[in-house]
Ligand binder design. Sequence first.
Ligand code: ADP
Ligand code: ADP
Length: 228
Amino acid sequence: ADLVEIKGVTHAYRTPAGALPVLRDLNIAIPEGKFCAVVGPSGCGKSTLTRLIAGLMKPDQGEVWLHGERVKTPRKTVGMAFQNPVMLEWRTILENVMLPLEIVAPSMPKAQREERARKLLALVGLSGFEAKRPSQLSGGMRQRASLCRAIVHKPEVLIMDEPFGALDAFTREDLWQLMHKLRAEEPFTALLITHDLRESVYLADEIIVLSDRPAHVQYRMQVDYPIN
Ligand code: ADP
Ligand code: ADP
């Protein structure tokens, strides 16, 4: 079954200079368990698409569905990771990773939330860093922790907007490997926004190409061969 469905979505931002069309009659379906990458030039509407799926805004026209339910309000069951992870400095890394559980599963005992967060931190090689503050970690480590935070509550869909864009080439490739490992341990449906075609081929099962040309043509290709 399709987990995410974008049906005939058209959206324009209202700006002082007039309407700025961003998405035009966009149709995308992401089956459960798939890892989809979305590539396309700057300004073609990739981040807009992530905000629509997370329910952070409504399209002018069309519908967004998640797990057979129409998305109308912000969804707690979406996990998000960004290029520059925003972490709470007054909390430890462990407490930052636990945060989504406090929101989604407030009745879960604290020990259980902690255990889940510790398990994920161990998986991404951050055992021993639980008690550090975000600013005490390198950019790559913070991004690892932010990926843990994005999946700690087992979100319906993991949305990543250029998560590795700010990292150096070596750290980035480490994190690509880590994504494969995380996915093997913690199956998820993912939408990855990226400018990096190599990244999309390495990580995704399917690549969606958004165009900013007048027709807003959308191409879609399967990555049919195993990499690794
Ligand atoms: P991408 O992620 O592909 O770079 P975005 O979805 O961020 O594209 O933005 C698409 C276009 O819409 C860009 O031209 C951007 O400047 C514009 N835009 C994005 N958000 C807003 C907003 N809140 N108000 C007005 N224009 C916006
Ligand atoms: P809780 O332990 O209830 O989850 P938080 O982790 O949100 O509370 O906050 C821990 C401490 O940080 C509290 O003393 C709180 O007052 C303080 N705090 C909360 N928000 C901010 C903020 N924006 N800036 C600095 N300190 C904050």
